[in-house]
Design a protein around this ligand. Structure first.
Ligand SMILES: *Cc1c(COP(=O)(O)O)cnc(C)c1O
Length: 237
């Protein structure tokens, strides 16, 4: 960890907060209406904790193994730890008591396993349902057409609380296209909210990453997940 890196993270953090504030205000919201989650994959815990010391209140990991290896060192006294990656049912046990929100539930099987282990461990698990908004093959997430059925199948599972929706849209070359996907997500979110389904709350709409979080906020995102714009380009080696 170098001075330079920390200086960059501090500068980036402030810049992103300003951008969030401006985007939120442009749609009649305020900074506090938007949850800024940092996607922390490949980032050293010392750097994550430095970002937390700047005021960051939500972090998300997307690999179980990586989360576990960093877990004892995160400074979580003022920060929520969430899971944002693809989760296999056989790994739920390892994180179910450790995270505040699992953002990436896309099957009845996975929801049932989270519920079962939550009951067993005497915790309540908050989840988002991940939607494959672009209908891309080989991508996690329930299809838009299957969303309502999935919600109805999991809504009564014990110790499981659906809090909203999450998506990772297709990579888009131009911002018109990304707006289309974000709008479609927001419409589904509002639609389901309006149905007032028992035990389903639609409070969180998690969409928007480094390249498009301002667009996402303008389309109604309540949570953004930002990695490289905060920590710099990832080095996977
Ligand atoms: C890595 C990651 C992000 C952040 O991506 P950036 O483009 O680096 O901002 C957001 N969501 C998920 C699920 C991720 O894995």
């Amino acid at each position: 960890m170098t001075e330079k890196l920390l200086t960059d993270v501090e500068y980036n953090y402030k810049t992103i907060c300003e951008n969030i504030n401006r985007a939120a205000q442009s749609v009649g919201k305020s900074f506090d209406d938007i949850t800024f989650l940092a996607a922390t994959k490949t980032v050293d815990v010392s750097v994550i904790n430095y970002a937390i010391s700047l005021g960051l209140k939500n972090i998300g990991e997307n690999k179980v193994q990586e989360l576990l290896s960093k877990y004892d060192d995160y400074d979580l006294s003022n920060c929520s730890l969430q899971f944002i990656g693809h989760l296999q049912s056989n790994k739920v046990r390892q994180i179910v008591t450790k995270v505040d929100l699992i953002q990436s539930v896309d099957s009845v099987k996975l929801a049932k396993e989270i519920s079962r282990l939550s009951v067993q461990n005497n915790v309540t698990s908050n989840i988002l349902v991940e939607v494959n908004i672009g209908g891309e093959e080989n991508k996690s997430g329930v299809s838009p057409d299957g969303l309502l059925d999935l919600l109805c199948e999991i809504k009564d599972l014990p110790s499981l609380c659906v809090k909203g929706l999450m998506t990772i849209p297709p990579i888009c070359q131009n911002s018109q296209k990304i707006y289309k996907f974000f709008d479609k997500m927001h419409n589904m979110f509002i639609d389901i909210k309006g149905k007032n389904i028992d035990n389903i709350s639609m409070d969180i709409l998690s969409m928007g990453m480094s390249d498009d979080y301002e667009e996402a906020i303008k389309c109604g995102a309540t949570m953004i997940r930002v990695g490289s714009a905060l920590f710099g380009a990832r080095n996977y080696t």
